[in-house]
Ligand binder design. Sequence first.
Ligand code: ZN
Length: 266
Amino acid sequence: MQCPSAIPHFHLSRSDKRKPHAKWRIHGEHMTCRIKVACMDRRLNPYLDVHQDGKTITYRTAGGNLALIISEVHELAKAHDATEIIVYTHTDCGFAKVVYAALSGEKVDDAIYKDLVVPFLKNGLKNRGLEGIEKENAEMQGRTLAEMEGCRRLYHRECRLVGIETINPPQLKGERSLVVGLPTKRKFEDIANIIGVESGNTYFLNANRIDGILTDIRIAVENLNIKDVRLFQDGDSQCKAIDRFGKAIHDTGILGQNANIPVIRV
Ligand SMILES: [Zn+2]
C-alpha cells in the first residue's frame, strides 16, 4: 500500500530498493503519516478540516468506531511509520444513540447489532444513559489504540471525545447526504464542493475496505434516514475500489434494488 502523503514526488533510497517493504522518501526525508479516525457526523467536518494539512489521512466511521477498520489502520500505521493516530468521537452522536436504543431493548438491524452493539453489552452500561455510552465509546477506541503493536514511531495515540456544542457546528440546511470514499487527505469541504453538496449537510464514510463501513452505511440510511448516497473516487489509481464499493452497497439492498449510487471521480 502506498502512503497517499508520499504521492507527489518520491524516490526510493538505494538501501530501500533491496527491502521488500521499502519506505517512501521525499527529498531524503522519511515520510510518515498522521492518521485520524472520526465519526461520520456532518457537524465534525469543519473541525476536522482544520487538521487536514496534506500529511494527515482521515478515516470516517459511525461513531469513530475502530472495530471494523482496525486491521487496515494498523497496516497503514506500521507500513508508513505513522507518528500519531487520533480518534474523534463526540457527544450527541447518532451511533451512540443507536447503541443506547438497542441496549434499552429496541429492535435494531441484525448486522448493526452484531457488528456494533455487541461490544457494548456490558453490565450496567445501559443505566449510565447516552452519556455513559458516549464515554464508553471513547474509552473503547482508546483501548483499541493502546493495544496496537509494532508501530515503532507511533508516539501519540489518543481518543478525543469532542463536545459537539463547543465546536460551533454548522446548521443543517436542507437534505442530508452521505459520501462514501477511501481514506482521504482532502478537506471535507473541498470534497463536498467537488461533488456539489453542502459540507454542513454531508456525512462522510471513508475506508479502504468496504467491509469496514458497510454496517455504518446501514446506520446512515436506516437510522439517520439519509436518502442521498454518493461515491467519491479521489484519484484514479484505485478506480476499481469505488466500483467494488458500489456493488457491495447495491448487494445489501439497503437503498433498494433499483438505487442509483452516483460515482464522482477526480
Ligand atoms: Zn457521531
